[in-house]
Design a binder for this molecule. Structure first.
Ligand code: NAD
Length: 491
Protein backbone atom coordinates (compact mmCIF):
# COMPACT_ATOMS: atom_id res chain seq x y z
CA UNK A 1 0.00 0.00 0.00
CA UNK A 2 2.75 2.46 0.95
CA UNK A 3 4.52 1.87 -2.33
CA UNK A 4 1.36 2.41 -4.30
CA UNK A 5 0.73 5.56 -2.29
CA UNK A 6 3.98 6.92 -3.64
CA UNK A 7 3.29 6.07 -7.25
CA UNK A 8 -0.49 6.09 -7.68
CA UNK A 9 -1.23 9.15 -5.58
CA UNK A 10 1.49 11.28 -7.07
CA UNK A 11 -1.23 13.34 -8.76
CA UNK A 12 -3.10 14.02 -5.52
CA UNK A 13 -2.71 17.55 -4.20
CA UNK A 14 -0.50 17.72 -1.08
CA UNK A 15 -1.29 19.92 1.91
CA UNK A 16 0.74 23.04 2.56
CA UNK A 17 1.65 22.19 6.11
CA UNK A 18 3.84 19.12 5.89
CA UNK A 19 5.37 18.38 9.28
CA UNK A 20 6.25 14.76 8.81
CA UNK A 21 7.08 12.27 6.11
CA UNK A 22 6.91 8.59 6.93
CA UNK A 23 9.01 6.28 4.83
CA UNK A 24 9.36 2.56 4.46
CA UNK A 25 12.99 1.50 4.18
CA UNK A 26 13.76 -0.45 1.01
CA UNK A 27 16.79 -2.62 0.44
CA UNK A 28 19.25 -0.87 -1.82
CA UNK A 29 21.54 -2.37 -4.42
CA UNK A 30 25.33 -2.28 -3.80
CA UNK A 31 27.00 -1.46 -7.10
CA UNK A 32 30.48 -0.17 -7.77
CA UNK A 33 31.02 0.73 -4.11
CA UNK A 34 27.71 2.59 -3.74
CA UNK A 35 24.29 1.87 -2.21
CA UNK A 36 21.77 2.76 -4.96
CA UNK A 37 17.98 2.60 -5.25
CA UNK A 38 16.53 -0.12 -7.42
CA UNK A 39 14.35 0.75 -10.42
CA UNK A 40 12.13 -2.23 -9.80
CA UNK A 41 8.38 -1.92 -9.45
CA UNK A 42 8.07 -5.24 -7.62
CA UNK A 43 8.93 -5.47 -3.94
CA UNK A 44 8.76 -8.26 -1.41
CA UNK A 45 7.59 -7.37 2.11
CA UNK A 46 9.89 -8.58 4.89
CA UNK A 47 8.38 -9.78 8.17
CA UNK A 48 9.97 -10.83 11.41
CA UNK A 49 9.59 -14.63 11.08
CA UNK A 50 9.48 -15.05 14.84
CA UNK A 51 6.27 -13.10 15.32
CA UNK A 52 4.96 -11.74 12.01
CA UNK A 53 3.87 -8.83 14.21
CA UNK A 54 4.92 -5.21 14.21
CA UNK A 55 3.87 -4.13 17.71
CA UNK A 56 2.52 -5.68 20.88
CA UNK A 57 -0.56 -4.40 22.66
CA UNK A 58 1.59 -3.17 25.55
CA UNK A 59 3.87 -1.14 23.28
CA UNK A 60 0.83 0.38 21.54
CA UNK A 61 -0.60 1.32 24.91
CA UNK A 62 2.67 3.08 25.78
CA UNK A 63 2.54 5.07 22.53
CA UNK A 64 -0.97 6.28 23.31
CA UNK A 65 -0.15 7.09 26.93
CA UNK A 66 2.60 9.38 25.61
CA UNK A 67 0.34 10.69 22.83
CA UNK A 68 -2.43 11.85 25.15
CA UNK A 69 0.11 13.83 27.20
CA UNK A 70 1.62 15.47 24.10
CA UNK A 71 -1.85 16.50 22.87
CA UNK A 72 -2.72 17.83 26.34
CA UNK A 73 0.47 19.90 26.38
CA UNK A 74 -0.33 21.38 22.96
CA UNK A 75 -4.08 22.07 23.09
CA UNK A 76 -3.60 25.79 22.52
CA UNK A 77 -1.28 25.29 19.55
CA UNK A 78 -3.72 22.86 17.93
CA UNK A 79 -6.64 25.21 18.63
CA UNK A 80 -4.84 28.10 16.90
CA UNK A 81 -4.43 26.05 13.71
CA UNK A 82 -8.12 25.06 13.86
CA UNK A 83 -9.27 28.68 14.23
CA UNK A 84 -6.98 29.79 11.41
CA UNK A 85 -8.24 27.18 8.94
CA UNK A 86 -11.79 26.45 10.11
CA UNK A 87 -12.88 29.77 11.65
CA UNK A 88 -14.45 28.63 14.93
CA UNK A 89 -13.65 30.60 18.09
CA UNK A 90 -10.48 29.71 20.00
CA UNK A 91 -12.45 28.50 23.04
CA UNK A 92 -14.57 26.27 20.83
CA UNK A 93 -11.46 25.01 19.00
CA UNK A 94 -9.99 23.97 22.36
CA UNK A 95 -13.21 22.02 22.99
CA UNK A 96 -12.74 20.35 19.59
CA UNK A 97 -9.26 19.16 20.63
CA UNK A 98 -10.44 18.19 24.11
CA UNK A 99 -13.23 15.93 22.84
CA UNK A 100 -10.74 14.17 20.55
CA UNK A 101 -8.23 13.88 23.39
CA UNK A 102 -10.84 11.98 25.41
CA UNK A 103 -10.89 9.32 22.68
CA UNK A 104 -7.10 9.03 22.85
CA UNK A 105 -7.33 8.68 26.63
CA UNK A 106 -9.90 5.94 26.15
CA UNK A 107 -7.60 4.20 23.66
CA UNK A 108 -5.05 3.87 26.48
CA UNK A 109 -7.26 1.21 28.09
CA UNK A 110 -6.74 -1.03 25.06
CA UNK A 111 -5.33 -3.84 27.22
CA UNK A 112 -8.84 -4.30 28.63
CA UNK A 113 -10.72 -3.38 25.46
CA UNK A 114 -8.91 -6.00 23.34
CA UNK A 115 -9.66 -8.90 25.68
CA UNK A 116 -11.23 -11.94 24.09
CA UNK A 117 -13.78 -14.24 25.72
CA UNK A 118 -13.44 -17.67 27.29
CA UNK A 119 -15.95 -20.39 28.07
CA UNK A 120 -14.35 -23.41 29.69
CA UNK A 121 -15.83 -26.93 29.68
CA UNK A 122 -18.19 -26.41 26.77
CA UNK A 123 -18.32 -30.15 26.74
CA UNK A 124 -16.08 -32.77 28.31
CA UNK A 125 -12.41 -31.71 28.09
CA UNK A 126 -13.31 -28.95 25.63
CA UNK A 127 -12.81 -25.17 26.00
CA UNK A 128 -13.65 -22.33 23.62
CA UNK A 129 -11.93 -18.95 23.60
CA UNK A 130 -11.59 -15.99 21.29
CA UNK A 131 -8.78 -13.66 20.31
CA UNK A 132 -9.53 -10.13 19.17
CA UNK A 133 -7.13 -9.26 16.35
CA UNK A 134 -6.45 -6.29 14.04
CA UNK A 135 -7.83 -6.43 10.51
CA UNK A 136 -4.98 -4.85 8.54
CA UNK A 137 -4.93 -1.44 6.89
CA UNK A 138 -7.77 0.92 7.83
CA UNK A 139 -8.61 4.34 6.42
CA UNK A 140 -10.41 7.48 7.62
CA UNK A 141 -12.07 10.25 5.61
CA UNK A 142 -12.93 13.33 7.69
CA UNK A 143 -15.10 16.46 7.32
CA UNK A 144 -14.06 20.10 7.85
CA UNK A 145 -16.10 20.94 10.93
CA UNK A 146 -14.08 19.20 13.68
CA UNK A 147 -10.46 19.23 12.47
CA UNK A 148 -9.16 17.58 15.68
CA UNK A 149 -12.02 15.60 17.20
CA UNK A 150 -13.07 13.59 14.16
CA UNK A 151 -9.62 12.48 12.95
CA UNK A 152 -9.03 11.53 16.60
CA UNK A 153 -12.18 9.37 16.53
CA UNK A 154 -10.52 7.50 13.69
CA UNK A 155 -6.77 6.79 13.57
CA UNK A 156 -6.08 6.38 17.33
CA UNK A 157 -8.81 3.73 17.67
CA UNK A 158 -7.68 1.99 14.49
CA UNK A 159 -3.99 2.04 15.41
CA UNK A 160 -4.35 1.09 19.05
CA UNK A 161 -6.13 -2.09 17.88
CA UNK A 162 -2.96 -2.95 15.94
CA UNK A 163 -3.88 -1.78 12.45
CA UNK A 164 -1.94 0.63 10.27
CA UNK A 165 -3.91 3.69 9.22
CA UNK A 166 -4.34 5.87 6.15
CA UNK A 167 -5.95 9.20 7.05
CA UNK A 168 -7.47 11.66 4.60
CA UNK A 169 -8.37 14.89 6.39
CA UNK A 170 -10.76 17.38 4.86
CA UNK A 171 -8.91 19.24 2.12
CA UNK A 172 -10.24 22.43 3.71
CA UNK A 173 -8.59 21.92 7.13
CA UNK A 174 -5.46 19.75 6.73
CA UNK A 175 -3.20 21.57 9.20
CA UNK A 176 -4.47 20.12 12.48
CA UNK A 177 -4.16 16.52 11.24
CA UNK A 178 -0.55 17.21 10.18
CA UNK A 179 0.26 18.50 13.67
CA UNK A 180 -1.44 15.45 15.21
CA UNK A 181 0.67 13.23 12.93
CA UNK A 182 3.90 14.87 14.08
CA UNK A 183 2.78 14.36 17.67
CA UNK A 184 2.06 10.65 17.25
CA UNK A 185 5.48 10.25 15.65
CA UNK A 186 6.98 12.00 18.69
CA UNK A 187 4.98 9.63 20.91
CA UNK A 188 6.85 6.72 19.30
CA UNK A 189 4.45 5.33 16.67
CA UNK A 190 6.63 3.43 14.16
CA UNK A 191 7.00 5.00 10.71
CA UNK A 192 4.35 3.72 8.33
CA UNK A 193 1.72 3.06 11.01
CA UNK A 194 -0.02 6.40 10.35
CA UNK A 195 -0.02 7.73 6.78
CA UNK A 196 -1.77 10.80 5.45
CA UNK A 197 -2.92 11.72 1.97
CA UNK A 198 -4.76 14.84 0.86
CA UNK A 199 -7.30 15.61 -1.82
CA UNK A 200 -10.94 14.94 -2.55
CA UNK A 201 -12.39 12.61 -5.23
CA UNK A 202 -9.15 10.94 -6.39
CA UNK A 203 -7.98 10.30 -2.83
CA UNK A 204 -11.42 8.99 -1.79
CA UNK A 205 -11.65 6.67 -4.80
CA UNK A 206 -8.14 5.39 -4.09
CA UNK A 207 -9.25 4.48 -0.55
CA UNK A 208 -12.51 2.85 -1.70
CA UNK A 209 -10.72 0.77 -4.33
CA UNK A 210 -7.33 -0.28 -2.91
CA UNK A 211 -7.46 -3.99 -2.08
CA UNK A 212 -5.13 -3.66 0.93
CA UNK A 213 -7.60 -1.42 2.77
CA UNK A 214 -10.00 -3.48 4.89
CA UNK A 215 -12.11 -0.82 6.63
CA UNK A 216 -13.18 2.78 6.03
CA UNK A 217 -14.41 5.26 8.63
CA UNK A 218 -16.23 8.21 7.09
CA UNK A 219 -17.77 11.33 8.61
CA UNK A 220 -19.33 14.04 6.45
CA UNK A 221 -22.31 14.79 4.23
CA UNK A 222 -24.85 12.25 2.93
CA UNK A 223 -23.79 12.90 -0.63
CA UNK A 224 -20.21 11.74 0.00
CA UNK A 225 -21.08 9.23 2.76
CA UNK A 226 -23.60 7.24 0.75
CA UNK A 227 -21.18 7.10 -2.20
CA UNK A 228 -18.29 5.91 -0.01
CA UNK A 229 -20.47 3.38 1.81
CA UNK A 230 -21.64 1.88 -1.46
CA UNK A 231 -18.28 1.90 -3.24
CA UNK A 232 -16.34 0.67 -0.22
CA UNK A 233 -18.84 -2.11 0.58
CA UNK A 234 -18.91 -3.22 -3.04
CA UNK A 235 -15.16 -3.64 -2.84
CA UNK A 236 -15.51 -5.87 0.22
CA UNK A 237 -14.58 -3.36 2.91
CA UNK A 238 -16.23 -2.63 6.22
CA UNK A 239 -17.60 0.91 6.16
CA UNK A 240 -18.97 3.03 9.01
CA UNK A 241 -20.48 6.24 7.69
CA UNK A 242 -21.64 9.08 9.96
CA UNK A 243 -23.58 11.63 7.93
CA UNK A 244 -25.90 14.65 8.02
CA UNK A 245 -28.40 15.71 10.62
CA UNK A 246 -31.41 17.80 11.51
CA UNK A 247 -31.47 17.74 15.31
CA UNK A 248 -34.65 18.78 17.10
CA UNK A 249 -34.83 20.34 20.56
CA UNK A 250 -38.25 19.87 22.16
CA UNK A 251 -39.21 22.59 24.65
CA UNK A 252 -41.93 21.54 27.11
CA UNK A 253 -43.91 24.23 28.95
CA UNK A 254 -42.73 22.84 32.30
CA UNK A 255 -39.02 23.25 31.40
CA UNK A 256 -36.68 25.49 33.36
CA UNK A 257 -36.99 28.53 31.11
CA UNK A 258 -33.65 30.21 31.85
CA UNK A 259 -31.72 26.97 31.42
CA UNK A 260 -33.56 25.92 28.28
CA UNK A 261 -33.30 29.18 26.35
CA UNK A 262 -29.58 29.55 27.08
CA UNK A 263 -28.87 25.95 26.09
CA UNK A 264 -30.92 26.28 22.92
CA UNK A 265 -29.11 29.45 21.84
CA UNK A 266 -25.69 27.91 22.55
CA UNK A 267 -26.48 24.67 20.74
CA UNK A 268 -28.06 26.36 17.70
CA UNK A 269 -25.45 29.06 17.08
CA UNK A 270 -22.21 27.74 18.62
CA UNK A 271 -19.56 26.95 15.97
CA UNK A 272 -21.82 29.03 13.64
CA UNK A 273 -24.16 26.02 13.52
CA UNK A 274 -21.51 23.91 11.77
CA UNK A 275 -21.85 20.94 14.12
CA UNK A 276 -23.49 17.66 13.22
CA UNK A 277 -25.05 17.73 16.70
CA UNK A 278 -26.17 21.39 16.56
CA UNK A 279 -29.76 21.85 17.68
CA UNK A 280 -30.85 23.41 14.41
CA UNK A 281 -34.60 22.85 14.92
CA UNK A 282 -36.72 23.75 17.94
CA UNK A 283 -40.22 22.48 18.64
CA UNK A 284 -42.04 24.63 21.15
CA UNK A 285 -44.81 22.60 22.78
CA UNK A 286 -47.99 24.33 24.00
CA UNK A 287 -47.50 27.52 26.02
CA UNK A 288 -43.72 27.42 25.72
CA UNK A 289 -44.21 29.22 22.38
CA UNK A 290 -44.60 32.41 24.44
CA UNK A 291 -40.87 32.27 25.14
CA UNK A 292 -39.98 33.03 21.52
CA UNK A 293 -39.40 36.80 21.95
CA UNK A 294 -36.97 36.06 24.76
CA UNK A 295 -35.18 33.48 22.61
CA UNK A 296 -34.72 36.17 19.95
CA UNK A 297 -33.34 38.65 22.52
CA UNK A 298 -30.75 36.19 23.79
CA UNK A 299 -29.71 35.20 20.27
CA UNK A 300 -29.22 38.86 19.33
CA UNK A 301 -26.75 39.30 22.17
CA UNK A 302 -24.21 36.88 20.66
CA UNK A 303 -21.14 38.60 19.22
CA UNK A 304 -20.25 37.74 15.63
CA UNK A 305 -16.52 38.10 15.02
CA UNK A 306 -13.35 36.40 13.75
CA UNK A 307 -12.67 33.31 15.85
CA UNK A 308 -9.42 34.62 17.32
CA UNK A 309 -10.97 37.90 18.53
CA UNK A 310 -11.64 38.19 22.28
CA UNK A 311 -15.30 37.75 23.17
CA UNK A 312 -16.29 36.22 19.80
CA UNK A 313 -19.31 33.89 20.10
CA UNK A 314 -20.06 33.13 16.45
CA UNK A 315 -17.26 32.87 13.88
CA UNK A 316 -17.45 32.81 10.09
CA UNK A 317 -18.72 29.97 7.91
CA UNK A 318 -16.12 27.83 6.17
CA UNK A 319 -16.38 29.41 2.67
CA UNK A 320 -18.18 32.04 0.57
CA UNK A 321 -20.12 29.15 -1.04
CA UNK A 322 -21.31 27.97 2.37
CA UNK A 323 -22.44 31.52 3.23
CA UNK A 324 -24.33 31.86 -0.07
CA UNK A 325 -25.99 28.49 0.47
CA UNK A 326 -27.08 29.35 4.03
CA UNK A 327 -28.40 32.75 2.93
CA UNK A 328 -30.40 31.22 0.11
CA UNK A 329 -31.93 28.65 2.49
CA UNK A 330 -32.99 31.53 4.78
CA UNK A 331 -34.58 33.24 1.78
CA UNK A 332 -36.35 30.00 0.80
CA UNK A 333 -37.92 29.94 4.27
CA UNK A 334 -39.22 33.49 3.83
CA UNK A 335 -40.49 32.72 0.32
CA UNK A 336 -42.27 29.58 1.51
CA UNK A 337 -44.12 31.38 4.32
CA UNK A 338 -41.91 31.21 7.43
CA UNK A 339 -41.56 34.26 9.68
CA UNK A 340 -38.06 35.75 9.92
CA UNK A 341 -37.80 36.66 13.62
CA UNK A 342 -34.07 37.40 13.44
CA UNK A 343 -32.08 37.96 10.25
CA UNK A 344 -28.32 37.39 10.37
CA UNK A 345 -27.71 38.10 6.71
CA UNK A 346 -25.65 41.16 5.84
CA UNK A 347 -24.04 41.20 9.25
CA UNK A 348 -21.00 43.52 9.21
CA UNK A 349 -17.87 42.60 11.13
CA UNK A 350 -15.45 45.50 11.48
CA UNK A 351 -12.03 44.68 10.10
CA UNK A 352 -13.30 41.47 8.47
CA UNK A 353 -15.49 42.85 5.71
CA UNK A 354 -14.59 39.99 3.36
CA UNK A 355 -15.34 37.22 5.86
CA UNK A 356 -18.04 34.57 5.42
CA UNK A 357 -20.16 35.79 8.33
CA UNK A 358 -23.84 35.07 8.94
CA UNK A 359 -25.30 36.17 12.28
CA UNK A 360 -27.79 34.18 14.38
CA UNK A 361 -31.01 33.77 12.42
CA UNK A 362 -34.40 32.49 13.59
CA UNK A 363 -37.23 31.37 11.31
CA UNK A 364 -40.55 30.61 13.03
CA UNK A 365 -43.88 29.22 11.76
CA UNK A 366 -41.85 26.63 9.87
CA UNK A 367 -43.68 23.55 8.54
CA UNK A 368 -42.25 20.14 7.52
CA UNK A 369 -42.80 20.72 3.80
CA UNK A 370 -40.49 23.79 3.70
CA UNK A 371 -37.02 23.52 2.15
CA UNK A 372 -35.41 25.11 5.23
CA UNK A 373 -36.82 22.21 7.30
CA UNK A 374 -36.10 19.40 4.87
CA UNK A 375 -32.44 20.34 4.18
CA UNK A 376 -29.56 20.40 6.62
CA UNK A 377 -28.61 24.11 6.71
CA UNK A 378 -25.25 23.77 8.55
CA UNK A 379 -25.18 27.43 9.52
CA UNK A 380 -26.32 29.69 12.41
CA UNK A 381 -30.01 29.28 11.61
CA UNK A 382 -32.62 27.99 14.05
CA UNK A 383 -35.90 26.87 12.50
CA UNK A 384 -38.83 26.85 14.89
CA UNK A 385 -41.93 24.65 14.70
CA UNK A 386 -44.80 24.43 17.15
CA UNK A 387 -46.69 21.41 18.51
CA UNK A 388 -49.77 21.15 20.72
CA UNK A 389 -48.45 18.20 22.71
CA UNK A 390 -45.56 15.79 23.13
CA UNK A 391 -47.02 13.11 20.84
CA UNK A 392 -47.18 15.62 18.00
CA UNK A 393 -43.54 16.63 18.59
CA UNK A 394 -42.39 12.99 18.63
CA UNK A 395 -44.28 12.26 15.43
CA UNK A 396 -42.64 15.23 13.66
CA UNK A 397 -39.18 14.02 14.65
CA UNK A 398 -39.82 10.39 13.75
CA UNK A 399 -40.97 11.47 10.30
CA UNK A 400 -37.77 13.41 9.64
CA UNK A 401 -35.23 11.49 7.55
CA UNK A 402 -32.32 12.03 9.97
CA UNK A 403 -31.65 10.35 13.33
CA UNK A 404 -28.44 11.85 14.64
CA UNK A 405 -29.34 13.66 17.87
CA UNK A 406 -32.20 15.27 19.76
CA UNK A 407 -32.90 16.87 23.13
CA UNK A 408 -35.91 17.41 25.35
CA UNK A 409 -36.15 20.17 27.93
CA UNK A 410 -38.53 19.30 30.76
CA UNK A 411 -38.75 19.02 34.55
CA UNK A 412 -41.12 16.05 34.35
CA UNK A 413 -39.51 12.59 34.62
CA UNK A 414 -42.44 10.77 33.04
CA UNK A 415 -42.33 13.12 30.02
CA UNK A 416 -38.59 12.54 29.65
CA UNK A 417 -39.03 8.78 29.92
CA UNK A 418 -41.79 8.68 27.32
CA UNK A 419 -39.64 10.78 25.00
CA UNK A 420 -36.49 8.68 25.30
CA UNK A 421 -38.51 5.51 24.66
CA UNK A 422 -40.59 6.72 21.73
CA UNK A 423 -38.33 9.03 19.75
CA UNK A 424 -36.50 7.22 16.94
CA UNK A 425 -33.16 9.04 17.15
CA UNK A 426 -29.77 7.55 18.02
CA UNK A 427 -28.56 10.09 20.62
CA UNK A 428 -30.91 11.74 23.09
CA UNK A 429 -30.29 14.49 25.62
CA UNK A 430 -32.59 15.11 28.57
CA UNK A 431 -31.89 18.74 29.51
CA UNK A 432 -28.56 18.23 27.67
CA UNK A 433 -28.50 20.12 24.37
CA UNK A 434 -25.61 18.39 22.52
CA UNK A 435 -25.56 14.80 23.77
CA UNK A 436 -22.32 13.59 22.12
CA UNK A 437 -21.47 10.46 24.13
CA UNK A 438 -18.12 10.19 25.90
CA UNK A 439 -15.81 7.58 24.36
CA UNK A 440 -16.53 4.74 26.78
CA UNK A 441 -19.89 4.76 24.94
CA UNK A 442 -20.26 4.96 21.15
CA UNK A 443 -21.50 7.72 18.81
CA UNK A 444 -24.82 6.22 17.79
CA UNK A 445 -26.51 8.33 15.13
CA UNK A 446 -29.21 6.37 13.31
CA UNK A 447 -31.53 6.23 10.26
CA UNK A 448 -30.50 8.74 7.53
CA UNK A 449 -27.56 9.94 9.63
CA UNK A 450 -25.67 6.64 9.58
CA UNK A 451 -24.78 3.73 7.35
CA UNK A 452 -23.04 0.60 8.52
CA UNK A 453 -23.66 -1.58 11.53
CA UNK A 454 -20.87 -0.70 13.94
CA UNK A 455 -20.53 2.81 15.30
CA UNK A 456 -17.56 5.04 16.10
CA UNK A 457 -15.45 4.63 19.27
CA UNK A 458 -16.43 2.87 22.52
CA UNK A 459 -16.98 -0.92 22.37
CA UNK A 460 -18.39 -0.65 18.86
CA UNK A 461 -15.29 1.18 17.64
CA UNK A 462 -13.11 -1.68 18.90
CA UNK A 463 -15.39 -4.13 17.13
CA UNK A 464 -15.14 -2.16 13.90
CA UNK A 465 -11.34 -2.21 13.87
CA UNK A 466 -10.87 -5.84 14.92
CA UNK A 467 -11.80 -9.36 13.90
CA UNK A 468 -12.37 -12.40 16.06
CA UNK A 469 -10.60 -15.73 15.93
CA UNK A 470 -12.41 -18.48 17.84
CA UNK A 471 -10.49 -21.51 19.11
CA UNK A 472 -12.20 -24.71 20.22
CA UNK A 473 -9.73 -27.04 21.86
CA UNK A 474 -9.97 -30.47 23.41
CA UNK A 475 -7.37 -32.06 25.65
CA UNK A 476 -8.45 -35.58 26.53
CA UNK A 477 -6.92 -37.85 29.04
CA UNK A 478 -5.06 -40.80 27.42
CA UNK A 479 -7.82 -43.30 28.33
CA UNK A 480 -10.52 -41.20 26.58
CA UNK A 481 -8.98 -41.46 23.11
CA UNK A 482 -11.52 -41.48 20.25
CA UNK A 483 -11.41 -45.01 18.88
CA UNK A 484 -13.86 -44.81 15.93
CA UNK A 485 -14.46 -42.04 13.35
CA UNK A 486 -17.50 -39.87 14.20
CA UNK A 487 -19.31 -39.07 10.94
CA UNK A 488 -22.32 -37.25 12.39
CA UNK A 489 -22.26 -33.51 13.10
CA UNK A 490 -20.72 -32.99 16.56
CA UNK A 491 -23.17 -31.44 19.05
P1 NAD B 1 -18.26 16.57 2.94
O1 NAD B 1 -19.07 15.36 2.71
O2 NAD B 1 -18.27 17.64 1.93
O3 NAD B 1 -16.71 16.14 3.11
C1 NAD B 1 -16.34 15.04 3.95
C2 NAD B 1 -15.19 14.29 3.29
O4 NAD B 1 -15.65 13.69 2.09
C3 NAD B 1 -14.02 15.19 2.93
O5 NAD B 1 -12.84 14.53 3.31
C4 NAD B 1 -14.15 15.36 1.42
O6 NAD B 1 -12.90 15.43 0.79
C5 NAD B 1 -14.88 14.12 0.98
N1 NAD B 1 -15.82 14.40 -0.12
C6 NAD B 1 -16.66 15.45 -0.23
N2 NAD B 1 -17.41 15.34 -1.35
C7 NAD B 1 -17.04 14.20 -1.95
C8 NAD B 1 -17.46 13.53 -3.12
N3 NAD B 1 -18.43 14.03 -3.90
N4 NAD B 1 -16.87 12.37 -3.42
C9 NAD B 1 -15.92 11.86 -2.66
N5 NAD B 1 -15.48 12.45 -1.52
C10 NAD B 1 -16.03 13.59 -1.17
O7 NAD B 1 -18.66 17.12 4.38
P2 NAD B 1 -18.17 18.47 5.06
O8 NAD B 1 -18.83 19.63 4.38
O9 NAD B 1 -16.70 18.48 5.23
O10 NAD B 1 -18.81 18.29 6.54
C11 NAD B 1 -20.12 18.68 6.84
C12 NAD B 1 -21.05 17.50 6.86
O11 NAD B 1 -20.55 16.50 7.74
C13 NAD B 1 -22.44 17.84 7.39
O12 NAD B 1 -23.40 17.17 6.62
C14 NAD B 1 -22.43 17.29 8.81
O13 NAD B 1 -23.69 16.96 9.34
C15 NAD B 1 -21.59 16.07 8.64
N6 NAD B 1 -21.01 15.63 9.89
C16 NAD B 1 -21.54 14.51 10.46
C17 NAD B 1 -21.06 14.08 11.67
C18 NAD B 1 -21.62 12.85 12.32
O14 NAD B 1 -20.96 12.30 13.19
N7 NAD B 1 -22.80 12.40 11.93
C19 NAD B 1 -20.02 14.77 12.30
C20 NAD B 1 -19.50 15.91 11.66
C21 NAD B 1 -20.01 16.33 10.46
Amino acid sequence: LLRSLRSKTAHIQLGRLCYSSSSVPTTKLFIDGKFVDSNTSEWLDIHNPATNEVTSVLSRQQVFLRYQQIIKDNIKELAKVITLEQGKTLADAEGDVYRGLQVVEHACSITSLMLGETLPSITKDMDTYTYRLPIGVCAGIAPFNFPAMIPLWMFPMGMVCGNTYLMKPSERVPGCTMLLAKMIQDAGAPDGTLNIIHGQHAAVNFICEHPAIKAISFVGSNQAGEYIYEKGSKNGKRVQSNMGAKNHGVVMPDANKENTLNQLVGAAFGAAGQRCMALSTAIFVGESREWLPELVQRSKSLRVNAGDQPGADVGPLISPDARNRVESLIQSGVDEGAKLLLDGRNVKVKGYENGNFVGPTILSNVTPDMTCYKEEIFGPVLVVLEADNLDEAISLINNNQYGNGTAIFTTNGATARKYTHEVDVGQIGVNVPIPVPLPMFSFTGSRGSFRGDTNFYGKQGIQFYTQIKTVTSQWKAEDATVTTPAVTMPT
